[in-house]
Design a protein around this ligand. Structure first.
Ligand code: 4AD
Ligand code: MG
Length: 430
């Protein structure tokens, strides 16, 4: 008998198939068993009818528990009323009868679910979130390859800080002293664009921030993209095109997942470039009018980010930030010495900052002065300065946080649900 995946089941109408999976849920009514089967690729209802199978098989059914692993054979039929397929079982084998499963349909507290994350991953909503996350990754690769980028991997163990020295995890590195876990691959892919023009990386990043919010993890996945011959404006255009592409791609391939998540897809359908732009100064003015205490010297707080897109159907770029609150590598705005050509992309519906990006300082002397002013260790940045000595060009890039993006697209409140095994200040297990 041919083993098939549930996601392909529509190709097998009226045929006999074999499925391997788990009992996601079940109920019985006298002479019938309704089994919700999960095989990883999807969910399907399998019906066992006492009259159609041997007594021995029926007795097996009575041993079924939630999460029991099984192999079953049966005929694919279409649900009489809904656009759904079912399986009329004629044979089944229980592979391992699961012990009483700790997660049921009743409400469990968040702490309990997080302690049981290794099992919680099987729940329908969690299943859907990981599938959307996977699609976002796929769409990102597709978009970039269409746009002449290649993927370049940046190192995880690094001697220096990219985003600021206070948020690094240090590790002992043989007799060379301390090494640090990467907070962003940006500096390395700046080197790679001088060989490849347009590149992106995608990997785990680490921040020892003491932030205990629904938008912060200590380990998260970042995609950094970098482009040679690209200015600040062109940088934002690539970002809005990427985000639009990803959202439309998820809508196309993950309709079942978005339905499980009860996501309002009409909101997602509207996510198409161009997005709105406002300067940091304009943002501050708008926020102050709406009751925020923010000043022209400040970064946006979580509530400010929520306010910025409160009345907007599209994400908003906040650009031209005060240089004192942004990283050393951002290029100075030629029109205003105190500002940098950086942008943050703020999501709709209160999901906050999705992307941080900027044009990079490409002048050797200015960058060197910046590194000195910030008191960064010059020897660790010599290679980075070299890039400004040999064929320096205008270049820009940006990075998105995969969990923020997944949380926004899925409509999930806390990003800890968007990574398989979240790491936060107070959580390292399972
Ligand atoms: O804005 P950030 O700090 O930018 C950079 O790291 C740049 N070097 C990227 C670049 O230009 N190549 O971080 C980028 C994104 C943020 O916009 C946010 O989505 C996410 O990474 N992020 C976090 N996600 C989860 N937990 C955290 N603690 C995060 N910190 C940043
Ligand atoms: Mg940022």
């Amino acid at each position: 008998m041919k083993k098939v995946f549930i996601s392909d089941i529509d190709k097998y109408l009226d045929q006999e198939v074999k499925i391997e999976g788990w009992i996601h849920n079940f109920r019985s009514s006298g002479s019938l068993y309704f089994l919700q089967i999960r095989d990883g690729s999807g969910f399907i209802q399998a019906i066992v009818s006492k009259n159609d199978i041997d007594k021995k098989l029926w007795d097996e059914c009575e041993k079924i528990t939630q999460e029991t692993s099984i192999e079953l054979e049966g005929k694919v039929s279409k649900h009489p009323k809904k656009e759904e397929y079912e399986i009329q079982v004629n044979n089944l084998k229980l592979l391992q009868i699961a012990e009483e499963y700790p997660i049921s349909n009743k409400d469990h507290g968040e702490a309990f679910l997080l302690d049981n994350r290794h099992l919680w991953l099987r729940s329908k909503k969690q299943w859907a979130i990981q599938r959307v996350r996977d699609r976002i990754i796929q769409a990102t690769y597709d978009f970039f390859h269409q746009e002449h980028f290649i993927k370049i991997d940046s190192p995880i163990l690094t001697p220096n800080a990219c985003e600021g020295t206070t948020t690094l995890f240090g590790v002992d590195y043989f007799d060379m002293g301390k090494a640090y876990l990467s907070q962003s691959g940006q500096l390395y892919i700046e080197a790679a664009i001088m060989a490849h023009g347009r590149v992106f990386d995608f990997g785990p990043t680490f921040r020892a921030e003491k932030s205990k919010t629904r938008r912060h993890l200590t380990e998260f996945w970042m995609m950094d993209a970098e482009m040679a011959f690209c200015n600040h404006q062109q940088n934002m255009e690539i970002q809005e095109n990427l985000i639009s592409y990803i959202v439309q791609d998820v809508l196309k391939y993950c309709s079942q997942e978005l339905e499980i998540l009860e996501r309002d897809i009409n909101k997602l359908k509207k996510i198409k470039a161009p997005f709105k732009r406002m300067t940091h100064a304009e943002a501050v003015e708008f926020l102050q009018k709406n009751g925020s205490k923010i000043t022209l010297e400040d970064d946006l707080g979580a509530e400010d980010e929520t306010l910025i897109t409160k009345n907007s159907e599209l994400p908003v770029f906040v650009e031209k930030w005060p240089k004192n609150i942004k990283a050393f590598y951002m290029k100075r705005d030629p029109e205003n010495e105190n500002l940098v050509l950086g942008s943050d992309l703020i999501a709709t519906e209160g999901h906050g900052e999705l992307i941080g990006g900027s044009q990079r300082e490409d002048d050797y002397k200015i960058l060197k002065t910046r590194i000195e002013k910030e008191k960064l260790p010059m020897k660790d940045f010599q290679w980075y300065l070299d890039l400004r000595k040999y064929g320096s060009v205008a270049h820009s890039g940006f990075g998105y946080g995969l969990e923020r993006l997944t949380g926004w697209i899925c409509g999930v409140h806390h990003i800890r649900e968007t990574i398989p095994f979240p790491r936060m200040i107070n959580r390292l297990t399972p």
